[in-house]
Write a protein that binds this ligand. Structure first.
Ligand SMILES: [Zn+2]
Length: 170
């Protein structure tokens, strides 16, 4: 798997949040950058920068070393982006997506679903009985939905993601 800029941004925004992407883009080709330098360069408040770095650290996407400032007596943290972690997270995300799609596929295969003509809301059989097969939004009669297309697209999605997962691991 190639660790592209796009892959890094996708993984980071999914795991930590889209707001921390500027920090990663800044740290990407550097090592041991102080949080003050990061805050200053990105024009962020130091506290906000720290909060973002801690979140990244929580996902093991950055590491730090700390050094005591001899004059002021406090510790300064120096941060480095952990490139190798991106691949592991990308694999985890993909696996989770496959798992969720498989669970959904099981539900679609095993259940009957009901809709009114306006498709206000989709109910399973138990729920539809509870409303006497009348749409709780508009009151129209609900009919059983043909979910073949949903099943087909879920199967295609699973296949595509499993194929991608294989390339991730190689
Ligand atoms: Zn309706």
């Amino acid at each position: 798997m190639k660790i592209t800029k796009k892959l890094i941004e996708n993984v980071i925004s999914e795991v930590v949040g889209v707001d921390v992407i500027p920090i990663i883009n800044y740290l990407k080709d550097k090592k041991n950058i102080s949080e003050f330098k990061i805050a200053e360069t990105l024009k962020l408040e130091v506290n906000r920068t720290r909060n973002m770095l801690y979140r990244l650290h929580g996902a093991n996407l950055v590491s730090f070393i700390r050094k005591k400032d001899k004059l002021k007596g406090w510790y300064i943290y120096y941060w480095t982006f952990n490139h190798t972690r991106v691949k592991g997270l990308a694999i985890e995300i993909k696996k989770k997506k496959i798992e969720m799609a498989k669970e959904r596929l099981e539900r679609e295969n095993g259940g009957h679903f009901f809709l009114c003509d306006d498709k206000c809301i989709r109910l399973d059989f138990e729920q539809a009985i509870g409303f006497d097969f009348k749409c709780p939004e508009c009151g129209m009669l609900m009919n059983q939905q043909n979910n073949e297309e949903i099943i087909k697209s879920l199967k295609a999605e699973i296949k595509k993601n499993e194929k991608e997962l294989k390339t991730f691991k190689s």
